[in-house]
Design a protein around this ligand. Structure first.
Ligand code: NAD
Length: 491
């Protein structure tokens, strides 16, 4: 692996190094550089946004017929599919996720472009019932320059989730990927170029969020922000958006409960709980990090869970058999380890993991073993704060009403899981849980055709779904006078 050349970034359709500081993007499995970049500077931000606004007004992209814009999105979807293996590999090098997961993320990105091509082509305005001597119509129009700010955990999927609907709607988009994972957003911009998106409509600015991201959100020509990331950052962005009177969507953190009722299929539930917390090494906003198990099945369930957790394959992310790769950075691994210490100091008991693997072959990577802790109560900090790592807190319950109260006692409300054979109990719980998504007898399944987002500190707004394109459009009403006579008041 070598990163001697500077990887250009995409500023207003031109490919060149940013004019900010140089930095390396590292492979989390070894700590070696994958690419050297120069971050965007504040001038680069201004240039990208100003040119995006110009391209939005003059390139014809916003005025293309819907089916013509959809055709470009279709080409993007096909190109992603043609290059899927190369893109998956690049993403694994960029953020350390196992190749089997990055392959799925690449397919998901292609599916997202295809889906929003269809949404674009089939979107209709409406003729609303007239209440006077006029015809009334509601239409949707693009907004202008959209800023798309993404985190490091699932780059190509998060970026496609914003880029595809924003482009389908006819906007220009400036993407600010996470500083440590810039490579897939750059690949997407290249593909957009090749597939006929006009120059300047897409830019990708690498660099620190507190500098580049902040400047982008504040830029007067940015008319909408779509943000995925932490709650603290999301709240700062919401304040700026309020001052600018700018719509914003915020996909933020989570501390999701998974509930195993006493009538659950335990084998099925264990597989779901393991996948829910340990896939992506727990670096997932929807990770099922708080487990509530019915006391009557707790012993059997936890025994099975620990047996299966011990067999998870932690290792080389490029090996297709690997289930858990490294964490994103050394610093993040330290933060996860500190949370484990905190949990133990709060009275938790370590049942598995809690440290890096012993395997010398993994010593250079930022690995952390699947970790299970019990003995905590829901109000403990380890059960309330997002760890964003492979750490599961196990709690039990007797009474469903009290369980619901505990499961809902969280500042977050992004996702939840229920395991039960009784569909009536599961339905009642599913409706009462505070979460933007509830999975019943499955977990962490996501579909572009189903809206996604959180309540409470987990965010505002929804992404995906056929009407997700409208999140990137502004509604306009038109009244067409049909009366031959002038308006009576003026006579
Ligand atoms: P983060 O908030 O630190 O960063 C997210 C993005 O925002 C990055 O691109 C970063 O550079 C940028 N940023 C940072 N400060 C900024 C500022 N002041 N102004 C503008 N942009 C700024 O989050 P992270 O550590 O990259 O990602 C982890 C977080 O993302 C977790 O909390 C996780 O739950 C959340 N997340 C949520 C979802 C969801 O859909 N709800 C999905 C994935 C991740």
């Amino acid at each position: 692996m070598s990163a001697t050349q500077v990887t250009p970034i995409c500023i207003a359709g031109t490919w060149r190094p940013g004019s900010g500081a140089a930095y390396d993007s590292l492979y989390p499995a070894t700590g070696e550089p994958v690419a050297t970049l120069r971050a965007a500077s504040l001038d680069d931000v201004d240039e990208a946004v100003t040119r995006a606004d110009q391209a939005f007004r003059t390139s014809g992209w916003a005025r293309l017929k819907a089916h013509e814009r959809a055709a470009v999105l279709w080409r993007i979807a096909s190109t992603i599919r043609e290059r899927s293996e190369e893109l998956a590999r690049r993403q694994t090098l960029d953020n350390g996720k196992p190749i089997q997961e990055t392959r799925a993320l690449v397919q998901s990105a292609a599916g997202t472009f295809q889906f929003f091509a269809a949404a674009c082509e089939t979107l209709e305005g409406t003729l609303t019932p007239a209440r006077g001597e006029y015809m009334t119509m509601s239409v949707h129009e693009p907004m202008g320059v959209v800023a798309a700010i993404t985190p490091w955990n699932s780059p190509i999927a998060s970026e496609a989730q914003k880029l595809a609907p924003a482009l389908a709607a006819g906007n220009a988009v400036v993407i600010k990927p996470a500083e440590v994972t810039p490579l897939l957003a750059l690949e997407l911009a290249r593909i957009c170029d090749e597939c006929g998106v006009p120059q300047g409509i897409v830019s990708v600015l690498a660099g620190a969020g507190s500098v580049i991201g902040d400047a982008l959100v504040r830029h007067p020509l940015v008319r909408r922000v779509s943000f995925t990331g932490g709650t603290t950052t999301g709240r700062q962005i919401a304040h700026i958006a309020a001052d600018k009177m700018m719509p914003v969507s915020l996909e933020l953190g989570g501390k999701s409960p998974t509930i195993v009722l006493d009538d659950a299929d335990l084998e099925h539930a264990v597989a779901g709980v393991l996948y829910g917390i340990f896939s992506s090494s727990g670096e997932s906003c929807i990770a099922g990090s708080r487990l509530f198990v019915a006391r009557s099945v707790r012993e059997a369930f936890v025994e099975l869970l620990l047996r299966r957790a011990a067999t998870l394959r932690v290792g080389d992310p490029l090996d297709p058999r690997t289930q858990m790769g490294p964490l994103i950075t050394a610093r993040h691994r330290e933060s996860v380890a500190r949370y484990v210490e905190l949990g133990l100091s709060e009275g938790g008991r370590l049942l598995a993991g809690g440290r890096s693997p012993d395997d010398a072959a993994l010593a250079r990577g930022y690995y952390f073993l699947p970790t299970v802790i019990d003995g905590l109560v829901n109000s403990d900090r380890m059960c309330q704060e997002e760890i964003f790592g492979p750490v599961l807190a196990v709690m039990d319950f007797d009474d469903e009403r009290e369980l619901l109260e505990r499961a809902n006692t969280s500042s977050y409300a992004l996702a939840a899981g229920i395991w039960s054979r009784d569909y009536k109990r599961a339905w009642a719980l599913g409706r009462a849980l505070q979460a933007g998504t509830v999975w019943i007898n499955t977990y962490k399944q996501l579909s572009v055709s189903t809206p996604f987002g959180g309540f409470k500190d987990s965010g505002l707004g929804r992404e995906k779904g056929r009407l997700g394109i409208l999140e990137y459009m502004q509604q306009k009403s038109l009244y067409w006078g049909l009366n031959e006579a002038p308006l009576p008041w003026a006579n």
